[in-house]
Design a protein. Structure first.
Length: 345
């Protein structure tokens, strides 16, 4: 797919004091792309756009380059111990994404250039838990692979964790530009997970991301390069002939691994399965930004559930959830007996 290029870049002045910030500035300074300066990467104002849809679109085309000043990492249960703050935001336009609400009305892409300071803080967290392993998630509020061709942050992060004894890194992506990561000395300390869905879901609601075949090929490449590999199927829409659609998806994954002479029956794959859910706030924002969307957000067939962070959401009723759990466990155990289902929610 065509890699993301911003319409405008906004720099914190202190970002230019770091090698990565300086490199990004020098790369773009003669390209004709608009470059601005801001006092804080957390206060971006003056972007064009009048309607919520226009404001959203302009923010998605904006890249902010800053210094991560807060080096206390957020927890990231259940996928990891801590969120590793490399990037915030994503250039993808996934209609259902939870970042619709968590990033506010201006979901700009922000990259942090003080990587050595972030890695040093990660070492502190590892030391607190050693000799037990400490797990770090790199995609809590972003898709870092989407900006890797600009930042190189994943390259540096995978190299860093490859040298540690007590730390493990993981991230998830909807993109396929993995070639620059394949020859790294990762030492099995980074698990790369791919967010997969059916062709219908990707084409309708995952705009500006890699296609299904591209993601499957990328997943097979990183598995062949020895990376621990994972699959997140999310959100799972229990609508229409969903069992056939998701059965076909799992078959395609099996075929792509087999095509690269990787035995799908022994592949070290983890599976994380998340059914579609939404909050009233998310529904309101989504319909503002995507007024013509046909994303299924009808309360009929749903039940209300309070989440771990204290707010409520609409999830599928118990019977379809039970059937989904049975379906995915059965198919994954058959096709990938070396893999493991981490959870289904």
């Amino acid at each position: 797919m065509r890699l993301f290029m911003p319409t405008r870049l906004i720099f914190e002045p202190t970002a230019l004091e770091y090698p990565l910030g300086k490199a990004i500035y020098e790369r773009f300074q003669d390209t004709g792309i608009e470059i601005q300066v801001t006092k804080s990467h957390n206060r971006i104002t003056g972007l064009p756009g009048e309607t919520p849809k226009e404001k959203y679109a302009e923010a998605k085309k904006t890249l902010v380059v800053g210094v991560r000043k807060t080096l206390e990492f957020e927890t990231s249960k259940p996928s990891a111990d801590y969120a590793l703050p490399l990037i915030t935001g994503c250039p993808g336009h996934c209609t259902y994404c939870y970042l619709q609400t968590t990033l506010g009305p201006r979901p700009v892409n922000r990259v942090y250039v003080n990587l050595d300071e972030i890695f040093a803080r990660a070492r502190d967290y590892m030391a607190q838990k050693a000799p037990d392993l400490t797990y770090f998630e790199g995609a809590c509020t972003s898709d870092p692979l989407a900006l890797e061709h600009i930042t190189g942050s994943l390259h540096e992060t995978i190299h860093f964790f490859g040298t540690t004894q007590d730390g493990r890194f993981r991230f998830v992506t909807k993109y396929d530009n993995v070639d620059g990561l394949l020859d790294l000395a990762h030492n099995g300390h980074t698990r790369i997970r791919f967010s997969l869905n059916t062709e219908k879901v990707i084409q309708k609601w995952e705009l500006a991301t890699a296609g299904l075949a591209e993601r499957l090929t990328a997943a097979a490449k990183v598995a062949a390069a020895g990376y621990p590999t994972g699959v997140i199927i999310a959100p799972i829409f229990l609508e229409g002939d969903w069992e056939k659609d998701y059965g076909d998806l799992l078959d395609l994954l099996h075929q792509h691994l087999d095509r690269l002479a990787l035995d799908p029956r022994r592949a070290d794959l983890t599976f994380e399965l998340i059914t579609h859910r939404y909050t009233p706030k998310a529904k309101a924002l989504i319909t503002e930004r995507f007024p013509e969307t046909d994303l299924p957000m009808n309360e009929e067939g749903r039940r209300w559930k309070y989440g771990q962070f204290g707010y409520g959401k609409y999830i599928y009723d118990k019977d379809p959830m039970t059937r989904a759990s049975e379906f995915f466990h059965e198919h994954i155990e058959k096709l990938f007996p070396g893999g493991s289902v981490q959870y289904i929610v």
